[in-house]
Design a protein around this ligand. Structure first.
Ligand SMILES: NC(=O)c1ccc[n+]([C@@H]2O[C@H](COP(=O)([O-])OP(=O)(O)OC[C@H]3O[C@@H](n4cnc5c(N)ncnc54)[C@H](OP(=O)(O)O)[C@@H]3O)[C@@H](O)[C@H]2O)c1
Length: 280
């Protein structure tokens, strides 16, 4: 198995690469071109952007310039809080598609749960899937309670929940809940934005396998069965992060890494974003 043929099947029957490429803070056309070219060459096929990142246009330009056939890649975007609500969400996704220069995205996510537009936004997502603007619909930063609440009115449940997840925030109960409900968990900040790399446990395991700390962390995600989307703008790291298919962590090592959980969030607390109706 390698990065390219490592696919997960979603509850709606669509297939998605387990490992993808994050695009948050990939700024500027030249940086975007180089990052996507290198990632594509290394076998990454999933590219994760968002309205919030302000780089959908650069993503579209890069894909066009590199002449990557649309069906070869899996593109995710996310609807920002300010664009939530039934009509606003639909209008914003049409604008995203224009920027991306694409007819559809493979996956559309509600970026954060917010109380004011909670059900209206999801109704728009169900309609946009029917209309072919997206192949799959999912959510991001939803906790168990948000998913349970959504289930009270949804016709279709999300097939993905993209959440902050790394060894310092392992979210085991939510990952299990998602598994039980046929929702694929996708880890954002899978490297903890660098915070996890310096942990002694990780460094020791890495030395034993002749791998880097980042590779050990990504392999941990891989063996946990979750999807994960590391970001880098450095070509050597883009290659390094893809080279995780030639070693295996033992059960003992998997457990050692899990003991690092410290409920350490690098991002916002979803329950508060829900209440405030915006990122605080
Ligand atoms: N849904 C959400 O709310 C949400 C929130 C945050 C992120 N995301 C998505 O998740 C993606 C990944 O998260 P993230 O970008 O926050 O964090 P991340 O992938 O965990 O870490 C990225 C950071 O680690 C560095 N890095 C990457 N590979 C490395 C390596 N091999 N060794 C050492 N350092 C390395 C990068 O620096 P360089 O670039 O300088 O190499 C960057 O500073 C984002 O790009 C975005 O697509 C979603």
């Amino acid at each position: 198995m390698d990065i390219q043929d490592n696919l997960l099947t979603l509850a709606d029957g669509n297939k998605m690469p387990q490992q993808g490429f994050g695009l948050y803070k990939v700024v500027g056309q030249e940086t975007m071109d180089t990052a996507i070219a290198k990632a594509y060459a290394e076998g990454y096929r999933l590219f994760d952007t968002a309205q919030l990142y302000g780089n959908e246009k650069e993503v579209g330009n890069a894909v066009k310039k590199l002449a990557i056939p649309r069906e070869k890649i899996f593109v995710t975007t996310k609807v920002a809080e300010e664009n939530q609500g039934y009509q606003a969400a639909i209008d914003s996704v049409k604008e995203s598609l224009q920027k991306l220069q694409m007819d559809y995205v493979d996956l559309l996510l509600v970026h954060w749960p917010i109380e004011s537009s909670f059900f209206d936004t999801w109704r728009a997502f169900e309609e946009m899937k029917k209309a072919g603007l997206t192949k799959s619909i999912g959510v991001s930063n939803f906790q168990m309670i948000h998913l349970q609440y959504l289930a009270t009115q949804a016709n279709e449940m999300p097939v993905i929940d993209q959440i902050e997840l790394h060894p310092l925030l392992s979210q085991m109960p939510l990952v299990q809940f998602n598994r039980d409900h046929h929702i694929v968990t996708q880890a954002w900040s899978p490297l903890g934005r660098g915070a996890v790399i310096g942990q002694d446990v990780i460094k020791t395991i890495a030395a034993k396998h002749g791998k880097s700390p980042a590779q050990v962390i990504l392999r941990w995600h891989l063996q946990n069965g979750v999807s994960f989307i590391p970001k880098s703008v450095h070509e050597a790291r883009i290659a390094e992060n893809a080279a995780i298919y030639d070693f295996t962590l033992s059960d003992e090592e998997m457990k050692q890494i899990a003991t690092l959980n410290a409920y350490h969030r690098t991002g916002r607390e979803p329950e508060l974003v829900y209440e405030y109706n915006k990122q605080y």
